[in-house]
Design a protein around this ligand. Structure first.
Ligand SMILES: Cc1cc2nc3c(=O)[nH]c(=O)nc-3n(C[C@H](O)[C@H](O)[C@H](O)COP(=O)(O)OP(=O)(O)OC[C@H]3O[C@@H](n4cnc5c(N)ncnc54)[C@H](O)[C@@H]3O)c2cc1C
Length: 292
């Protein structure tokens, strides 16, 4: 199918893009890599009057470590493949590269962006769970200035975020771990490159052998990416024994709200969450112990 007719602008600066969005409000749609937007246009699920292509705006494709603020800043145009290949992220936050590798195929990974993925807010999107597990902050910029939205508040429902129509997400901030940290991304898919039947993101920080910080995000088991907050609270301050991990995995499965569909029954998906969180936590703790 062909998209409905739309106007196209490709601003050369962020200020110009923000001015266009301010003028056109929700008649305009931002496009980054186009890997979700273009299919939506072609299926006519989305019929914007104007597409604002931000791909030519300089300096948005960066991945920077901001030591003073204690985070990595992943710019709006950093693609999945940039994250997959980043040497600095591979050392400091390897779960990002692990998750990137699970997304689609090399064609999509060469064009699509992390920021575009979270702005699309598909409950089956992989990055949503990753940013929840890291406790990331999302920086939304408009002509009125910048506001920082915590990942947990960003996802508001299927394909719905806390963004206003005149805002562009300019970066996602991933906190740099203070202690020994490790993570894991586990994904069940029907065939290579498919969206998740179920996936989980797990990130832990250890202090003196105990869990100082734990983040767990769940993919494709609810109306949005889900933060398994009860499981995280259960882990906090405890030694990661088998029993503690098993209970956290049970709590995470309770938080999941999957539906029966062609990929499996709700009960099956809940059990996959339990098994993956248990496995992911053991892997993440092992990696944190090895980390220097
Ligand atoms: C064949 C195929 C397989 C796929 N498999 C997977 C998969 O396994 N896992 C997975 O997670 N995803 C998968 N995807 C989806 C894809 O990875 C992402 O959703 C996509 O890369 C989004 O990034 P983008 O830069 O292409 O965003 P776009 O398509 O350009 O935009 C997506 C949405 O985000 C908005 N947007 C983009 N950037 C901004 C910004 N900076 N500020 C505000 N709004 C913005 C747009 O307006 C639009 O609504 C697949 C896609 C395809 C085509």
């Amino acid at each position: 199918m062909l998209p409905a007719a739309f106007d196209y602008r490709a601003p050369a600066s962020l200020n110009e893009a923000l001015a266009i969005l301010k003028q056109h409000g929700d008649e305009a749609k931002v496009m980054a890599g186009g890997q979700s937007l273009i299919p939506l246009l072609k299926l006519r699920f989305s019929r914007p009057e104007l597409v604002v292509d931000i791909a030519r705006i300089p300096d948005l494709n960066t991945i920077k470590r901001e030591d003073a603020d204690g985070h990595f800043a992943i710019g709006a145009l950093a693609r999945h493949v940039d994250i997959e290949n980043s040497k600095e992220l591979a050392t400091a936050a390897p779960m990002l590269a692990e998750a990137a590798h699970w997304i689609a195929d090399p064609l999509v990974r060469n064009r699509g962006t992390l920021v575009g993925s979270i702005c699309h807010a598909d409950p089956a999107g992989d990055w949503g769970s990753v940013v929840l597990a890291f406790g990331a902050d999302i920086v939304a910029t408009s002509q009125s200035g910048q506001r920082v939205i915590h990942a947990q508040e960003f996802f508001q429902g299927p394909f719905t975020t806390a963004l206003n129509p005149d805002e562009i997400v300019t970066e996602v901030r991933i906190p740099v771990a203070k202690g020994h940290s490790g993570g894991a991304y586990l994904k069940l898919e029907r065939r290579v490159g498919d969206f998740a039947t179920v996936a989980v993101a797990v990130q832990v920080e250890l202090d003196g052998g105990k869990i100082a910080k734990a983040g767990i995000g769940l993919t494709a088991v609810g109306d949005r990416n889900i933060k398994a907050a009860d499981a995280e609270r259960h882990l906090h301050g405890k030694e990661p024994t088998d029993a503690v991990i098993a209970e956290a995995a049970r709590l995470a499965a309770e938080t999941a709200e999957p539906k029966d569909d062609a990929r499996g029954s709700a009960a099956y998906k809940k059990d996959v969450v339990r098994v993956f969180v248990q496995r992911g936590l053991k892997t993440a703790v092992g990696r944190a112990r090895e980390a220097r």
